[in-house]
Design a protein around this ligand. Sequence first.
Ligand code: ATP
Length: 286
Amino acid sequence: MSTPAISVSSIRYSYGKQLAVDGISFDVSPGEIFGFLGPNGAGKSTTIKMLTGQLIPQDGSITILGMPVLGHNRDVHKRMGVCFEEKNLYLQMSAVENLKFFAGLHGIKDPDIKGLLQQVDLWNRAKDRVSSYSKGMRQRLMMARALINDPEVLFLDEPTDGLDPVSAKAIRDIIQKRASQGAAVLLTTHDMNEADKLSDRVAFINEGKFYAIDTPEHLKLLHGKRSATVRVKQGDEITELRIPLDEDVSGEGLKQAVGSGEVLTIHTEEATLEDIFIAMTGRGLQ
Ligand code: ATP
């Protein structure tokens, strides 16, 4: 096992009386994509803020690249990339000007701005003001910004939230490429497909606590229940019946469904991460 790039032990944070993060612990290895999956208010952003030095944990400890983090740590910051909300961009400046500005903040003398903008497919709009960009384009620029210092650790808060499928895929490809080059990636999402597609391991978070940390495959294998959806025509009505497949009564249930009318389609489905999340936490992701 390699030394973790991110190591978190029992961190806690409350906003006044509102407990947001309740003693969570985890490690992320170099090259690993670690997904935080949880609904609104679960504590994802608060955790990322503690990891990136915007908030100081009230308890517990964080180590990034072997260095302790308690609030802002310049040596750690130089080696991390952060992608939060698009509001961190300067709208009156172009993409090139934004990236030059952020490179300057990091003390990077000769940033490969063309290479970065090509990577996020914005080179053809590089000189346009960011105020004329779509949400997806701004998000891609944020990603380029997060990569400007060639970070060993990447923190991404809902990186594809609200994006069209093409922009979302572009962002996912970049994340996977960076991880394959050795970066440790921590991302938050409330989208189970995103967590499933991207993460090597996923942590289920709800009310500031972890309910599971595992690979998506293992979670589905351990807790997932398969089901069959049978669409039948009964007279003029079309009905959809969902039959669980891993129960003693499954055979009988299927027989009844198939016999209840003219069968139009039968599909089998694996449990989704959301099904398992609901089973474990008692609440959904939306
Ligand atoms: P979202 O997906 O909506 O961003 P999240 O999982 O990132 O949710 P957090 O933003 O970390 O969740 O919020 C965790 C808890 O802390 C919630 O109960 C939230 O209301 C509360 N909280 C977050 N920020 C503040 C704040 N600045 N002041 C008071 N309470 C806050």
